[in-house]
Ligand binder design. Structure first.
Ligand code: IPD
Ligand code: CA
Length: 262
């Protein structure tokens, strides 16, 4: 079996198991563990517990691989493969009881620096919906057994999604970006999980997605899903603290870049 497919199967299996744990903890009630960069940036006990489960399964099954997760320290790879993990993407949804949260697991060739890596395999699992999105490099993107394809451009305008950072000082700039993009849109969604936004672009549930300031674990898996579904993903301003990620089918992607890269 090709390595990328092997990694995809492992990512899928761990995403399902850890997603089930997140769902159980949610049903039992959510305990806030701490705030992080700002008061709005929260972590729950479940985020930490789910990351621990993912990490221990990976180190048992792929010793020597590197690891970069949202909630625990990084480990440098001895094999060339690094796992990029967000145990619960959409933590605020999770804490409020909104079902749009996901477990995001990617295997990349390279380090935890997105400018260095080449993604090989991805799994994004939405436990509350029991939907598993997976991809392997060259092997397509899938929702369960269904092969995914991004939408072609639509003359009615694009169904777009975006997100906002936790730091209130970034909100004005992000809202100005929304204003610039709206002429291309038929409507706009703010789902609250970047990994799901990207999975939904891959699945044709959204036409395009853009957001500034994502962290590697927010988009590593979702970006491969979009690419393997025939879409294009680029990051603008990578030297800045808040690079912009843009994901869509090729035609809409070019339009979004034209509007946003100015
Ligand atoms: C957040 C979500 C959200 C996005 C934020 C991310 P978290 O991740 O993906 O949709 O707008 O930029 O930080 O904190 O829920 O893991
Ligand atoms: Ca996240």
């Amino acid at each position: 079996m090709p390595l990328a497919v092997e990694l995809q199967e492992l990512a899928a299996d761990i995403a399902r198991e850890s997603g089930a744990l997140a769902r159980e903890r949610r049903a039992a009630g959510v305990a806030l563990a701490a705030t992080k960069t700002t008061l709005a940036d929260i972590v729950t006990e479940a985020d930490r517990e789910v990351e621990q489960l993912i990490r221990s399964r990976l180190s048992a099954e792929r010793p020597g691989d590197g690891f970069l997760g949202e909630e625990s320290g990084a480990a440098v790879s001895e094999t060339g493969i690094t796992w990029i993990v967000d145990p619960i993407d959409g933590t605020v949804n999770y804490a409020y009881g909104i079902p749009a949260y996901s477990v995001s697991i990617a295997a990349v060739h390279g380090t935890g620096d997105p400018n260095s890596w080449h993604a090989l395999a991805a799994a994004v699992y939405a436990p509350a919906m029991d939907e598993l999105f997976t991809a392997s490099r060259g092997g397509g993107a899938w929702l369960g057994a269904q092969r995914l394809a991004v939408n072609p451009a639509n003359p009615a305008g694009a169904l777009l999604a975006t997100g906002f950072g936790y730091d209130p000082s970034t909100h004005d700039g992000d809202l100005a970006t929304v204003r610039e993009v709206m002429p291309l849109a038929r409507d706009l969604r703010r789902i609250g999980s970047a990994a799901l936004d990207l999975a939904y672009v891959a699945a044709g549930r959204l036409d395009g997605y853009f957001e500034r300031g994502l962290k590697p674990w927010d988009f590593a898996a979702g970006a491969l899903l979009v690419e393997e579904a025939g879409g294009v993903v680029t990051r603008l301003d990578t030297a800045s603290a808040r690079p912009m990620i843009i994901a869509a089918g090729p035609e809409l992607h070019a339009e979004l870049v034209r509007v946003l890269d100015s």
